[in-house]
Design a protein around this ligand. Structure first.
Ligand code: EPU
Length: 333
């Protein structure tokens, strides 16, 4: 294992923020991870770097979790259980599953990041959340250096949430995730409007066709982090009370919404941000994406604080105009 000092993290975060790690090491196996953790006092765990905004140099040892491998555990007539190591690239893993004709992850095609980070914020898109396929995961307890197994229920998944964003945050390194996927009679979900449009009414699309439709939609709306730095949705879609929503509707009859429960409604943050006039707006070296207002972008040389300041400006304006709190979805460091 090679340790580097004053190591630039620019290539290791999809926002492309150029900050330095005091120390940096990439681990390829569980034993390497244990060895590093046994000797380093303060660590900063790094997966695909796709859901974080770095606002300062990291005065810790950055441990890049680069464990690879995919194992098929067992297969019944209709299902298969597959374990993927944390460092597997998410989209490549999804494509591998589709090529094996394993169904369940196709709606989550092209999401940046790695397998090991997908459970943390319970990635979701186009009517589907990853929690619906996760059986369990294994995570190394950073204090005891023991491997612990968390069942799906124990992860307490919610909308862009899990215990790894609450009490278990910074206490574990997720090393592998086990998924339950279908091998026949795939229960595909193509109800999302944009997917239907993209599939042009096709009734029984294959996994590959659904994946291609999702890829086309994402490419048309979301900036490619390889071309322009970003971290996907910067905010969560706010969940508000029905009463609050009705007040909003009186003033803005076109406000879109999704029912969460009898008392709660989710409003697209992208709509609030666009209606407030921020869509496509530039603030010097960073700004708001012109095709999806929920995404903040780094035009190339912005620093993390500049992006965080834009987020704060947006939050203030949304509160002022609509009385709604926008919660940041990406992890800020
Ligand atoms: N909208 C606007 N203006 C915009 C963007 C959105 O008015 O600039 C409104 C429109 O009414 C649109 C609705 O918001 O119909 C929903 O937009 P979209 O389908 O793009 O989805 P979203 O709610 O903005 C969520 C996820 C995305 C995911 C999409 C598709 C969150 C925080 N974001 O966005 O996830 O790809 O749904 O399912 O829930 C991510 O987490 O990084 C991410 C990209």
């Amino acid at each position: 294992m090679q340790y580097y000092t004053q190591f630039s993290l620019k290539e290791y975060n999809t926002f492309g923020i150029d900050v330095n790690a005091k120390k940096f090491v990439s681990v390829q196996s569980l034993s390497e991870l244990k060895e590093v953790l046994a000797h380093q006092k303060e660590v900063f765990l790094l997966g695909g770097g796709s859901n974080m905004l770095l606002t300062k140099d990291v005065d810790k040892t950055v441990v890049h979790l680069n464990l690879k491998g995919i194992t098929v555990n067992h297969q019944t007539e209709k299902f298969v259980e597959v374990t993927a190591m944390a460092g597997e690239n998410w989209h490549e893993f999804v494509l591998w599953c589709i090529n094996q004709n394993y169904g369940g992850l196709e709606n989550l095609s092209l999401i940046p990041g790695n397998v090991g980070t997908c459970p943390i914020q319970n990635i979701g898109a186009y009517g589907f959340e990853v929690k619906d396929t996760i059986v369990c995961l294994e995570a190394l307890n950073l204090e005891t250096l023991e491997l612990e197994r968390f069942s799906n229920t124990e992860c307490e998944f919610g909308y862009r949430n899990s215990i790894f964003k609450t009490w278990a945050k910074n206490k574990y390194a997720i090393v592998s995730v086990t998924f339950r996927l279908t091998t026949k009679n795939h229960q595909t979900n193509i109800s999302y409007g944009a997917i239907q449009t993209q599939l042009e009414g096709k009734l029984n699309p294959t996994l590959k066709e659904i994946s291609n439709a999702v890829i086309a939609i994402r490419n048309s709306k979301l900036p490619n982090p390889k071309e322009i730095g970003n971290s996907g949705s910067f905010f969560k879609n706010p969940v508000i009370s029905v009463e609050k929503f009705q007040q909003l509707q009186q003033k803005y009859p076109d406000v879109p919404s999704y029912t969460v429960s009898e008392k709660l409604v989710k409003v697209p943050a992208g709509w609030l941000i666009e209606t407030a006039g921020f869509k496509g707006k530039s603030f010097g070296k960073a700004g708001v994406h012109n095709k999806q207002a929920l995404v903040l972008v780094n035009y190339g040389t912005a620093n993390g604080m500049e992006i965080l300041n834009i987020a704060t400006t947006i939050q203030k304006k949304i509160k002022e105009l609509f009385g709604v709190e926008l919660e940041i979805e990406v992890n800020i460091f």
